[in-house]
Design a binder for this molecule. Structure first.
Ligand code: SF4
Length: 388
């Protein structure tokens, strides 16, 4: 097999384990129409017993989440993996960067398995290490690199986290982004924030009192990021031009339409949504915040939720006493999260039960060392919970 550097969506070909890009599944997958899939998953999981621990991200399909030993956001799941040293195999039903973080936080003896290696993240893929190094070189050239603290969102590849570790920066999640930025501005006068411009802008402007003019956007596809040296010198937040393809779809117009058609509806969104949408929302917060808000809401209340559709559908099903709608007129799942389906999970579990390790995610030791530095700086932040 040869390495192919393709955009994310033509999935399933090539081998590039260091990136979020798709790779082909080497085994024979069960047919999706096999009526015994559920029984096979149950049997394989029982055969593995305590040797396996299955993690399920909130955005996973129902058919997969039913087999998760624990569900959560990416950081909670990585911590859950780290808290299970007895499990030989951690099967991560999520996307590639999450499995990498689990590998970094678990012991060297434990093996982290991603049932489909094509489950990447288009946002994480928007900041590649070479692009980030080019941006950093421009900051050095502009004479401001010493003032800049790099902060990466959890939703980034391990080598980007390692870059932050090596250069005095940290990782953040959508729950602790404000605390992480406060920490960063104690270390320097500017922050280079990647890969999600929206989380960076929403946190800087709505939580930290900066103006939109304090923020500039570095476009890795334009010469010098599309910015002048003066713009870089004047900025406080240098935002990477990346976004989530799911949360970036929600629009202010839909918020207006829903408010007009469902009186009293409350708009609850994730901070990966655009600034315009977040400005119109009633509440903004992480996936865990969204779940907790809906659980605590009074019966009869109406909510439009701006996050991944699998989660919104599960929330609606679990709370029939509340009206819960998706904040988009069209159906839109995270296509890469949805790559993990029951056939892939069955294949992974049965392979492990037959002592064949498949789809192991391994971060190289040097990358792991520096990525852990950046993660540990986040863990040392005061106060807030660490969830995204
Ligand atoms: S929902 Fe967005 S950030 Fe999360 S895995 Fe999918 S593309 Fe990446």
């Amino acid at each position: 097999m040869t390495t192919v550097d393709l955009p994310l969506l033509p999935l399933g070909r090539g081998v590039d384990l260091g990136s979020e890009r798709g790779v082909e599944c080497p085994g024979d997958l069960p047919s999706p129409s096999d009526p015994d899939l559920v029984a096979r998953a149950v049997a394989a999981k029982e055969a593995l017993g305590s040797r396996v621990f299955v993690l399920g991200h909130h955005y996973q399909r129902d058919e997969v989440i039913q087999f998760a030993d624990v569900t959560g956001d990416s950081f909670k799941l990585a911590r859950e993996a780290a808290a299970r040293p007895e499990a030989e195999f951690i099967v991560f039903c999520g996307v590639h960067f999450m499995a990498e973080s689990a590998d970094i936080l678990t012991s060297p003896d434990q093996k982290v398995i991603l049932p489909d290696l094509a489950a990447g993240c288009s946002m994480a893929d928007m900041a590649r290490l070479t692009q980030v190094e080019d941006a950093w070189a421009a900051l050095v050239e502009a004479g401001i690199a010493d003032e800049v603290v790099p902060v990466t969102y959890m939703n980034s590849s391990a080598d980007i986290k390692a870059f932050c570790g090596r250069n005095g920066g940290a990782v953040c999640t959508s729950s602790n982004a404000e605390t992480a930025l406060e920490w960063a501005f104690e270390q320097g006068s500017k922050v280079l924030f990647f890969p999600d411009q929206h989380l960076g802008r929403n946190t800087a402007v709505l939580k930290m009192g900066m103006s939109l003019d304090d923020c500039v956007v570095w476009d890795p596809h334009r010469p010098h990021g599309g910015l002048t040296v003066e713009q870089l010198r004047d900025a406080r937040m240098i935002l990477w031009k990346g976004h989530c393809s799911v949360h970036g779809r929600f629009s202010p117009d839909t918020v207006d339409d829903l408010r007009a058609t469902i009186p009293g509806i409350q708009i609850l969104v994730h901070p990966e949504c655009t600034h315009e949408v977040v400005l119109k929302a009633d509440l903004v917060g992480s996936t865990e915040f969204i779940i907790n808000t809906i659980e605590a809401a009074a019966p009869g209340t109406a909510w439009a939720v701006g996050t991944e559709l699998n989660l919104v559908k599960r929330l609606a099903a679990a709370h029939p006493d509340k009206r819960i709608v998706f904040l988009d007129k069209t159906v839109c799942y995270c296509s890469t999260m949805n790559r993990i389906d029951l056939p892939h999970l069955v294949w992974a579990l049965e392979s492990l039960a037959n002592d064949t390790v498949v789809n192991q995610i391994e971060v190289d030791p040097e990358t792991e060392r520096w990525a852990k530095v950046a993660l540990d700086r986040m863990l040392a932040l005061p106060g807030k919970t660490h969830k995204d």
